[in-house]
Design a protein around this ligand. Sequence first.
Ligand code: NAD
Length: 359
Amino acid sequence: MSPNEQDPRIVVLAGDGIGPEIVAAARGVLDAFGSFDYDEQLIGGASIDALGTPLSDDALTACRSSDAVLLGAVGGPKWDTTDPDAPRPEQGLLGLRKGLGLYANLRPVKPLPALIDASPLRRERIEGTDLLVVRELTGGIYFGRKSREPDSALDECVYTAAEVERIAVAAFEAAERRAGGTGTGRVTSVDKANVLETSRLWREVVSGMAERWPAVELDHLLVDNAAMQLVSDPSQFDVIVTENMFGDILSDEAAMITGSLGMLPSASLGDGGPGVFEPVHGSAPDIAGQGAANPLATFLSVAMMLRHGLDRGTDADRVEAAVEAALGGGLRTADLFTGSGGERRVGTAEMTEAVIAAL
Ligand code: NAD
């Protein structure tokens, strides 16, 4: 279908490795919902090879004026270097987040019934888990002042009340949305307020905001306890909101509940502008070009794009249901295949066809 003036404009950043394969598959899924105005741009190693930079000004400008950005993955051994002055594919991702002001990273974690035995955690521990990690993405220790002496090093951690407030708004709103009409949403704010001054500010600001969402319950957890609770009793959580570094660590820990990296979507959002929607996994250079990549994390990222980026929640629900249907029918890409009865091993193309058929 050729695009019309009013079609949503999607910048597609396929990237490297399996990126082009999974993004092409995701476009097939999106096309089932009508026509979109796609704008393909380069990022990562592909952009370094063609333009000498991991993210060109033209690509960033195209992203800024789009409705949403769909990203595959970046990186690979070809661009691994110890030369500090050489361009690196990952700089493209950081440049994109910074350039679009994407301060909220949303990672839902919900083990699908068909895959529950693929998790390293026991079935009875993870059943019923349906949580969302909301991670602050542009502040804290990763962005503070850094310095290095021969025998000492400094990484400064700074948060302003405004930075805490805007990420907390994202968390309270997500809890309200996830609760639907029931109003039983819950936000767990994770910090280290017994030790860190930034955490005491964090807790004060988040606590002061709770009355604006009377239907949402708020509690606080110290990060060490949260790490333990995530594996011992993950189904107690609804929305977890936390600062950049704690969120980085806790979201990877939570990811293991679902069993496979090939299943996890993410959304990075700012204030009103376009968001970036991408699978959590990397460019998987070991399986690139083989037609073996699991496209489901990218399809679930498309669902997040429809829900958060294009305000099409019903379409998002349909994508998620179609992914569950394909898995329910026994189809498994290599990363999900356990060899147990009822499973059939398939490649990217067959999995994609099954999801589109289920739509
Ligand atoms: P990776 O996620 O690419 O791969 C880890 C393992 O998981 C590999 O065995 C891979 O084959 C498998 N895997 C990942 N996604 C899969 C999928 N969709 N289907 C089937 N199997 C899948 O992580 P890595 O190997 O540590 O990194 C490879 C490259 O990706 C590096 O250059 C790294 O910097 C980059 N990376 C990019 C991102 C990103 O673009 N957001 C994230 C992480 C890593």
